[in-house]
Design a protein around this ligand. Structure first.
Ligand SMILES: *Cc1c(COP(=O)(O)O)cnc(C)c1O
Length: 393
């Protein structure tokens, strides 16, 4: 029997751990298992691994090692940044500015702060490509604004925001600026010195490191409340015995990402563009969502008219292709994604959306396989669609 092909095209959801990363991690699960807070040799071994990883992650974004705080992932970093800044600045004001296309780790934290802690949040609209308008941002600022949180790059449509310009506006108004850079840090160049960013969220598992570990960059001098209370770890700012094997893996993943950045970007961009162009050529009534210029290298997001994203995912999965749709089927709701709604897609178009993301293990052969198979999948679903048959008349 021929083994079923397994083709992963969902690198924005998560990535596999690279061999070099795993090799670095393994000894810290067995031989060097110490608690980094312990005084003895075992403890010191763990502590020096922790220090090294901190330098590796700092170097990825041009930060100082003591500005990096390890967390349990991007979601915790987002929660910490928002709640920590909000509570620490309560006496100055209660207004927060974010955008409509943020990850739920930001949106749901904002909703929580509104509902239970008396904060007021402005959710900025975005343009058709998914970029905020700087004018809108300036107009939204009030005397009570204490925080601006705008994501670096969007996880669904790949749109990259004008982070430097946003940082300048925040600085002019003396407002703290946080960015969720989970999709950016390690995939495209990110330099906190150049960007006027005060806080930045990052995660390991989007850049070929293990899951459940991430970091919050906190610029020197930024005051915020703690989020996880307990022991004195992370310079008294984030309690809990450090997950040394995961942190070591994250450090290695960050080092590899920095070293391979140019090649990573050019290879992914080439594969992605080929996929995009061939699909647009072969499948009529298709549009690409997001920006052409300001886009993550590995991301493509299509809308195929007349059909439903879930149907596409199901048929692709039967062919061994793992992709993601633009409808929030995971959350059990039938609403299309908040991101596709925010860029102005009509409901019925948003429903027929498909996100394909390529990564460091994607080959030309993989692209061939999708280009050969996707048109048939779309055609089959359309042939069953009353809307499509109507449009043909
Ligand atoms: C994946 C992701 C997160 C959440 O990170 P976890 O490490 O999975 O908690 C937050 N923001 C963005 C933009 C993401 O893509």
């Amino acid at each position: 029997m021929m083994e079923k092909r397994r083709l992963y095209m969902d690198y924005s959801a998560t990535t596999p751990v690279k061999k070099e990363v795993l090799d670095e991690m393994m000894p810290y699960l067995t031989d060097y298992f110490g608690n980094a807070s312990s005084f003895h040799t075992f403890g010191r071994e763990a502590k020096s691994a922790l220090d090294k990883a901190r330098e590796q992650v700092a170097s990825l974004i041009n930060a100082k090692p003591n500005e990096i705080y390890f967390t349990a992932g991007g979601s915790e970093s987002d929660n910490w940044a928002l709640e920590g800044i909000a509570y620490a600045n309560r006496n100055k004001g209660n207004h927060i500015i974010t955008s409509k296309i943020e990850h739920h780790a930001i949106l749901h934290t904002c909703e929580y702060l509104e509902k239970h802690h008396g904060f007021e949040v402005t959710y900025l609209d975005v343009d058709g490509e998914g970029r905020i308008r700087l004018e809108d941002l300036k107009n939204a600022i009030k005397d009570t604004t204490i925080l601006i949180s705008i994501m670096f790059a969007n996880n669904e449509i790949g749109t990259i925001q004008p982070i430097k310009e946003i940082g300048q506006i925040a600085k002019e108004h003396n407002i703290v600026f946080h960015t969720d850079a989970v999709q950016a840090a390690g995939n495209i160049p990110v330099d906190v010195k150049e960007l006027e960013v005060d806080l930045m969220s990052m995660s390991s598992h989007k850049i070929y490191g293990p899951k459940g570990v991430g970091a919050l960059y906190i610029k020197t001098g930024t005051k915020l409340h703690n989020f996880v209370h307990g022991g004195a770890q992370e310079r008294r700012r984030r309690a809990g015995t450090e997950n040394i094997p995961a942190i070591v893996g994250y450090g290695k993943a960050a080092e590899l990402a920095k070293a391979n950045m140019d090649n990573h970007i050019s290879t992914l961009t080439r594969l992605r563009n080929r996929l995009m162009n061939e699909i647009l050529e072969r499948i009529p009534n298709t549009r690409v969502n997001g920006s052409v210029e300001n886009r993550l290298p590995g991301n493509i997001n299509f809308s195929f008219e007349f059909i439903e994203g879930e149907g596409i995912l199901l048929l692709l999965d039967m062919l061994g292709i793992a992709a993601s749709s633009g409808s929030a089927c995971t959350s059990g709701s039938l609403d299309p994604s908040h991101v596709l709604m925010a860029i102005g897609l009509p409901h019925e178009i948003a429903h027929g959306s498909l996100r394909l993301t390529v990564g460091d293990f994607t080959t030309e052969d993989d692209i061939d396989y999708i280009v050969e198979n996707l048109p048939g999948v779309i055609e089959r679903l359309r042939s069953m669609s009353p809307l499509y048959n109507e449009s043909k008349k």
